[in-house]
Ligand binder design. Structure first.
Ligand code: ZN
Length: 284
């Protein structure tokens, strides 16, 4: 205690310095402008973090493991322990395993899912956690809109019908995120037949700035008709390095090149962060 007595002045200075650093950290970490969409680097899977200017946060899919936690710590300040909504595009483990880790460690207020069922243990755990933690469970379908901020909303494009008895890929939750003049088409693992159906439903409304390529660049997704109608400025492929499936397939890369769409890949670039001010998008 003698040290404290003799060095009291210095101790106060150190405490004040610490407080100043913390305040500036918070100012820096919380300085938000516009919309942020971060395609997290989670290996072979999908995890997309969405943050509005007003601070609303959504995590769409959580990837195949705990990698999402580390990635979230890069886009959220360390003291922010809540996420407003998690969304499961479908119940496959490369999309929801990481959501389970997030449900365990963050305060989550609502969980959205398409309503397809799965026997896999991961989905059972997801459902149990949602119940246990009294999280609002939302079964989403076409024509539903989630308002996030002024001029910022999510439109649910698919599924159209109650997909309870559908295969998870057929009952996929497909989302359009709109902010002013910008939009993102978030497709989960949507396959070609479903893409054709979506084009039939939406036609030229599908025009988008950023297409999250379906099913990690598998050849079973990304048809010419979808690219023709969505005409994206950028295509994002969420995929693990040297994955066992050979994703992204050469056919998918070829067709994106044929349409002259720049490709952004998480296995090559790590996290892909895109910002929008409602007029333009910016890639980081
Ligand atoms: Zn997948």
């Amino acid at each position: 205690m003698l040290w404290i007595k003799n060095n009291f002045k210095y101790l106060i200075v150190i405490i004040l310095l610490g407080a100043t650093v913390l305040v500036w950290y918070a100012v820096f970490a919380e300085s938000r402008s516009g919309l942020t969409v971060a395609f997290l680097d989670v290996g072979q899977g999908d995890a997309i973090f969405i943050q509005a200017e007003n601070g609303n946060q959504i995590l769409l899919d959580g990837g195949p493991n705990k990698a999402a936690l580390n990635q979230l710590s890069k886009v959220m300040p360390f003291y922010d322990r809540s996420i407003d909504m998690v969304i499961a595009s479908h119940p496959d483990s490369d999309h929801i395993s990481g959501l389970i880790e997030v449900l365990k460690r963050y305060k989550v207020y609502s969980a959205m899912e398409p309503g397809t069922k799965s026997d896999n243990v991961v989905y059972q755990e997801f459902e149990n956690l949602v119940k246990e933690k009294n999280i609002q469970d939302i079964f989403a379908g076409r024509d539903m809109r989630v308002n996030l901020d002024n001029g910022l909303y999510l439109d649910i494009l698919l599924p159209v019908v109650d997909p309870e008895n559908l295969d998870p890929h057929a009952g996929m939750l497909v989302i359009r995120l709109v902010y002013g003049k910008n939009s993102f088409l978030l497709t989960g693992d949507m396959e070609k037949s479903l893409e054709g159906y979506l084009v039939f439903l939406e036609g030229h409304n599908l025009k988008t700035d950023v297409l999250k390529v379906g099913h990690h660049g598998s050849r079973t997704s990304t048809s010419e008709v979808l690219l023709g109608f969505s005409a994206p400025e950028y295509a994002v492929i969420s995929v693990g390095k040297d994955n066992q499936y050979g994703h992204p397939h050469k056919e998918t890369l070829d067709i994106l090149n044929k349409f002259q769409i720049p490709i952004l890949r998480t296995d090559e670039s790590g996290m892909i962060k895109i910002k929008s001010d409602g007029e333009q998008i910016f890639i980081y």
